[in-house]
Design a protein around this ligand. Structure first.
Ligand SMILES: [Mg+2]
Length: 236
């Protein structure tokens, strides 16, 4: 692979998002939602309309209860109740649990090139991991991914906002000018990291959750946009 002329030769601090950056995540939720919509088979609302209802419920539940499959199951149940205009029956709750069984059993499926790229990057830079969500669920994925030895530390937080990035700077005592947040989410990875003075690498994932989307300033020179994870090797 050719190295970009602007590659950072000096050691940098590279902070990695996990879900949908190191491994697939949201696509599993999307498959469950597809099955849920097909099962609901609503007489008047189409899939797009029901999806809008579910997105609203998920947005509210993310603020109140955080992230992860438990909150997601709660959102599916509330969506059903709102559409049926009555409480869910036990049979319906069991069906929702059954639809979502893939979330619980989901194995960590690394994105292409991640294992090799991290191997190489760890020899040149200092690596950290920052993921948000349910502690137990995220820890289970971290334990299963086989990548943890590359990172000086892996942090699981409830939300990724500017305060969390400022805390990370203090915790590890690094210079934000030589640090990069690398992830797929404009809302959680790119914008708050930039607001805390870090650089950022945006690696879009076509399955990114709608709640993670936000506008990025295309003229912001502090954001590097890459098509694939392995492209990091050309720049760092
Ligand atoms: Mg992510």
């Amino acid at each position: 692979m050719t190295v970009d002329a602007t590659a950072r030769r000096q050691a940098q601090v590279l902070i990695f998002d996990a879900d949908d950056t190191l491994w697939e995540n949201n696509v599993v939720f999307e498959r469950v939602i597809d099955d849920f919509l097909a099962w609901l088979d609503h007489p008047t609302l189409d899939r797009v309309q029901i999806r809008a209802v579910l997105d609203d419920i998920e947005r509210a539940n993310a603020v109140a209860h955080g992230y992860g499959s438990k909150v997601f199951l709660r959102s599916l149940g509330e969506c059903l109740e709102r559409l049926r205009e009555r409480p869910a029956t036990d049979a319906e709750r069991q069906e929702i649990d059954r639809l979502a069984v893939a979330l619980v059993e989901h194995r960590v499926e690394l994105m292409p090139g991640v294992a090799d790229a991290l191997d190489e990057l760890a020899g040149r830079h200092e690596l950290l991991l920052l993921t948000k969500g349910d502690q137990v669920e995220q820890q289970r994925k971290l334990d299963a991914c086989g990548l943890l030895h590359h990172f000086r530390a892996a942090h699981i937080v409830a939300e990724k906002n500017v305060e969390v990035y400022q805390w990370l700077l203090r915790e590890h005592g690094f210079d934000p000018a030589g640090a990069w947040m690398i992830g797929n989410s404009p809302k959680s990875d790119i914008l708050p990291a930039r607001a805390a003075g870090l650089n950022a690498v945006f690696i879009p994932n076509e399955n990114t959750w709608v709640l993670e989307d936000d506008e990025l300033d295309p003229t912001d020179a502090g954001v590097l946009r890459l098509a694939e994870f392995r492209d990091l090797l050309r720049h760092f």
